[in-house]
Design a protein around this ligand. Structure first.
Ligand code: FES
Length: 278
């Protein structure tokens, strides 16, 4: 499902700057384990020059969160705080040779941790306005964050917002609010003409589902030390079991939804994916 660059794979297997700085001058903590990703960034800052002399991190997240955190710490070392604040989430993704769209939220989390740490050093509140409206309760994403990330990365669709912030990737209750924010930000685009669905025989459909799982889904899960087992196909109902690191993962609902979206896109828009828990 996800194609990682060699650099992401390498930095996941050999992360740098992992751990805490006991006497850190600044600490920035973003995300939450409940939401599936969390990052704590520690900075050591030279008071004379205002330059970052060391940067380390602790993270709870997937391969791209670990690689993005390594990239961030490498990029900010030696910079002044104002120079460091110029590092965008796109710079982090570029440092890694790119990230899968569905994993761009890891680069956004890195940029956020940097802002939080520098605000902490400067004695400022982070976020600046503590009473920001939370749009997505599942992932604790505020309206300001959605607007900021959408503008910085020129995101125009709901799926892009989910890829970059996770907002909307859970129960889906916030979808209308996110779409309203996008309509407010960008001119309405004409809807794409839907592709004419292909009529498949039952055997063709089963073969295509197996092929999509093998080529589009399994490699991405295996890259995160997870796996998938196809249990049954009954009409449009596909039953799967998540294996390896995906078993019992807090993000398993999001993973199942991603698999369902992929099968709907490539096989049949009526497909429903269910997870077998055992
Ligand atoms: S409130 Fe946003 S996905 Fe549940």
């Amino acid at each position: 499902m996800w194609e990682y660059t060699e650099k992401v794979k390498n930095l996941f297997l050999h992360p740098q700057n992992v751990g805490e700085i006991a006497d850190a001058d600044a600490v920035g903590e973003v995300g939450s384990i409940v939401c599936g990703d969390a990052l704590k960034l520690f900075l050591k800052i030279d008071k004379e020059t205002g330059r970052i002399t060391d940067a380390r991190f602790q993270t709870f997240g997937c391969a791209s969160a670990i690689a993005s955190s390594t990239a961030l710490t490498e990029m900010v070392k030696g910079r002044t705080l104002d120079e460091a604040l110029k590092v965008t989430n796109k710079d982090i993704a570029d440092f890694l040779g790119g990230l899968p769209e569905q994993k761009m939220h890891c680069s956004v989390m890195g940029r956020e941790a940097l802002e939080a740490a520098i605000a902490n050093y400067r004695g400022e509140a982070f976020p600046a306005e503590p009473k920001e409206k939370v749009v997505c309760k599942c992932f604790d994403v505020t309206e300001d964050k959605i607007r900021k990330v959408a503008i910085e990365n020129h995101l125009t669709t709901f799926d892009e917002i989910t890829n970059y912030t996770k907002a909307g990737g859970g129960c889906g209750e916030c979808v209308p609010d996110i779409e309203a924010i996008l309509r407010d930000l960008w001119p309405i685009k004409p809807p794409k003409k839907p592709a004419t669905p292909k009529k498949l025989t039952n055997l063709q459909k089963i073969a295509l589902i197996q092929e999509v799982i093998e080529s589009e889904v399994r490699p991405g899960l295996q890259a995160d030390n997870g796996d998938i087992e196809l249990i049954d196909i009954d009409g449009n109902k596909v039953t799967v079991a998540l294996r390896g690191m995906c078993t019992g993962c807090l993000m398993s609902d999001v993973t199942i939804k991603g698999i369902q979206d992929k099968l709907r896109e490539l096989v049949n828009k009526e497909i429903v994916v269910e997870a077998l828990i055992r």
